[in-house]
Design a binder for this molecule. Structure first.
Ligand SMILES: *Cc1c(COP(=O)(O)O)cnc(C)c1O
Length: 225
């Protein structure tokens, strides 16, 4: 991979944003994982990002990733996160393809994943805004879901994930990020998957341990057909 490629330049710019945000927040760069979100892009985008050193990848759709998986699964050190909603009837396929499911939002789904027997990492998707996201656990249900997941030996709970309502103004997301951090503190989990291309600085200031970045790395996505 050419270090002057558009992807390499965008990756460098994202790294600089993360570094600056960490410096402002008095945090170490190693506390924040950059998850490269490759939905809609072909498998080659994953291979190109891998060649530049990225190792954590996020995909939204089980079916879409199934078509890319043969080209990318098995890359040494690469890990694949499902960051889109997982329907219970696709849980087996999801467990097979992904290393981390960030969108566990019900006890039922946790049980379905555990039934596959595959050891896997999970996060709980929390729905903090009424209108925007259809999926995610209500904050009030999170403590019971945490207990249910901790009782399942196949699943390791790594943290909470959320997606605030979209806005041009990253400050709009701040209270959502803060709420997620407070909730994580109350249930005793460390990982916070929050922050995307337009608001990763605010997320890092509010304690994010994983920013999920698509557009700022790969450019604008075409709408799925
Ligand atoms: C698409 C997506 C992202 C990445 O969004 P960008 O704005 O392109 O960085 C992050 N998280 C989730 C859940 C997504 O669906």
């Amino acid at each position: 991979m050419d270090i002057f490629s558009p992807l390499a330049e965008r990756f460098a710019a994202v790294e600089e944003r993360i570094l600056n945000a960490c410096a402002r927040a008095g945090r170490r760069r190693e506390e924040v994982t950059l998850l490269a979100v490759t939905k809609i892009f072909p498998a080659q985008a994953i291979l190109d990002a891998y060649a530049l050193g990225l190792r954590e990848f996020g995909e939204n759709y089980v079916q879409e990733f199934e078509t890319k998986a043969p080209e990318v699964i098995g890359l040494p050190g690469a890990r694949f996160h499902l960051i889109g909603h997982l329907q219970s009837n696709k849980s087996r396929k999801g467990a097979e393809l992904f290393d981390v499911i960030q969108t566990v939002d019900s006890v039922k789904l946790a049980h379905r994943l555990a039934e596959t027997g595959k050891p896997m990492e999970v996060m709980i998707e929390v729905k903090l805004s009424e209108e925007e996201s259809k999926h995610g656990s209500a904050p009030a249900d999170v403590p019971a879901l945490v207990d249910a997941i901790r009782a399942l030996p196949a699943l390791t709970l790594k943290g909470l994930m959320t997606m605030p309502p979209w806005s041009d103004n990253p400050e709009v997301a701040r209270p959502y990020f803060r709420t997620l951090r407070d909730l994580a503190g109350r249930v005793g989990v460390d990982g916070l998957s929050m922050g995307m291309s337009n608001d990763l600085e605010v997320a890092i200031e509010e304690g994010s341990t994983m920013v999920r970045v698509g557009t700022a790395l790969f450019g604008r996505r075409q709408k799925p057909a």
